[in-house]
Design a protein. Structure first.
Length: 323
C-alpha cells in the first residue's frame, strides 16, 4: 500500500474535474522536515515552535532559535513555511518555565497570552523568525487569539523587531502575518480580524473543544468532541466566506483534515489549503484525485443543512463510500 501511494509524491492533488488543492505538513521537530519532504508536502502550514522549546532544558536564545528555524525554512526551498509563535500552556507545559497551577488550563494562561505577558521571550522569538525569513518563504502566525488588541500588540512587536534587526544590518523581507482561528470569538469576529491580518489558519483541534465545551484530551467526554458537529461546519463555512470576501488566504491545520471524509467536506466548503501530519499526505491525495469538486461541493452544501453529527456522517459515508 505504501509503495503504491509513493506514485503520488510528485503529483498535484487534483480532483477529476480539475480542482487542485495544496497539502502542506504540520511539523514540530527538526526530524519532521525530512519526513515531510519525503511525503511530498508542499511546504509547512503549521510549524509548532513549542516542540523544539519543549525538547530543551532552558529557553533557547535568539541565535539558537534562528538556527533551528533556518534549518526548517531551508528544507522547503520554494515552498512557504508558516511559523507559529509559542503555544505553551493547556496541554503543553514547558518544564523550565514556571506556569501557575490552574483549575482550567485550556481556559487559562496559555499561548499568545503567555507571549504577551513575557515580551522579552516574545520579541526574541519574533526576531529569530524574521531572521529565518531571509532564507526562504516565511509566514508568521499567532495562536489562540481572542481579542483584536492581541493582534494589534503582536503586530507592533513585529514592527519593532524588524526595526531593530534593520539597525543591526539585517535586510528582512516582507513576512505575511496571520492568526489561528481556533476560538469562538475569532470566528464570530472573523470580519474584524480579517482587516488586521494577511491570512487565517483554522485550528480545529482547539476550535472544536471551545465550540462544544468538550476538552480535547478528556476521554470521558470524547463522544462530545465531534469534529463534524453542525456547529463546527457552520463555523468553518463562516470563516471561509469572510476570508473570500476579504480576499485573504485561509487554510486549515487541525487533525480533522487527516480524515479523508472530513477532507472531502472541507474541500466542498471551499477550503483549498490544508496542513496535516506528513504520513497522511499521500493517502489524502489518493482519495482526492478520485473525487470531483462538484460532488464535494454538493456534499458540503447538504451537510450544512443537517442538524446532527450522525446525519452529517451518514450523508458523507453515502456520498464518498468506504474510504
Ligand atoms: C489546533 O488547535 O487545531 C492546532 C492546529 O493547534 P494545536 O493542535 O497545536 O493546538
Ligand atoms: Mg491550537
Amino acid at each position: 500500500r505504501v509503495e503504491s501511494l509513493q506514485r503520488y509524491v510528485d503529483q498535484p492533488a487534483t480532483t477529476t474535474d480539475g480542482l487542485t488543492v495544496t497539502l502542506r505538513a504540520n511539523i514540530g521537530l527538526r526530524s519532521d522536515v525530512e519526513i515531510a519532504v519525503r511525503n511530498g508536502a508542499e511546504g509547512v502550514g503549521l510549524y509548532r515552535t513549542e516542540l523544539p522549546y519543549m525538547a530543551q532544558s532552558s529557553f533557547p536564545d535568539r541565535e539558537a532559535q534562528y538556527e533551528i528555524y533556518r534549518h526548517v525554512v531551508e528544507g522547503f526551498r520554494n515552498y512557504e513555511v508558516t511559523i507559529r509563535t509559542l503555544d505553551i500552556g493547556g496541554d503543553k507545559p514547558l518544564s523550565y518555565f514556571d506556569t501557575p497551577r490552574e483549575d482550567n488550563p485550556f481556559l487559562g494562561w496559555r499561548s499568545i497570552r503567555v507571549s504577551l505577558d513575557n515580551l522579552d521571550i516574545f520579541r526574541t522569538q519574533i526576531e529569530a523568525i524574521l531572521m529565518a525569513a531571509t532564507h526562504g518563504n516565511v509566514k508568521l502566525m499567532f495562536p489562540m487569539v481572542t481579542n483584536i488588541d492581541e493582534i494589534v500588540q503582536a503586530k507592533s512587536i513585529v514592527n519593532e523587531a524588524r526595526k531593530s534587526l534593520t539597525q543591526e544590518g539585517w535586510d528582512i523581507p516582507d513576512v505575511p502575518i496571520g492568526m489561528m482561528i481556533e476560538t469562538p470569538s475569532s470566528v464570530i469576529m472573523a470580519d474584524l480580524f480579517a482587516r488586521e491580518v494577511d491570512f487565517f489558519s483554522l485550528g480545529t483541534n482547539d476550535l472544536v473543544q471551545y465550540l462544544l465545551a468538550a476538552d480535547r484530551g478528556n476521554t470521558k467526554i470524547s463522544n462530545y468532541y465531534q469534529s463534524l458537529h453542525p456547529a463546527v461546519l457552520k463555523a468553518i463555512a463562516t470563516v471561509v466566506d469572510v476570508a473570500q470576501r476579504h480576499k485573504i488566504p485561509v487554510s486549515i491545520c487541525g487533525e480533522m483534515v487527516g480524515d479523508p471524509r472530513s477532507l472531502g467536506i472541507l474541500v466542498g466548503l471551499g477550503l483549498r489549503e490544508f496542513s496535516v501530519s506528513s504520513p497522511l499526505i499521500l493517502s489524502l491525495k489518493a482519495m482526492l484525485v478520485e473525487q470531483s469538486a462538484k460532488k464535494l461541493k454538493k456534499l458540503a452544501k447538504d451537510c450544512l443543512k443537517c442538524s446532527t453529527t450522525a446525519e452529517i456522517k451518514a450523508l458523507t459515508e453515502k456520498t464518498l463510500g468506504a474510504i
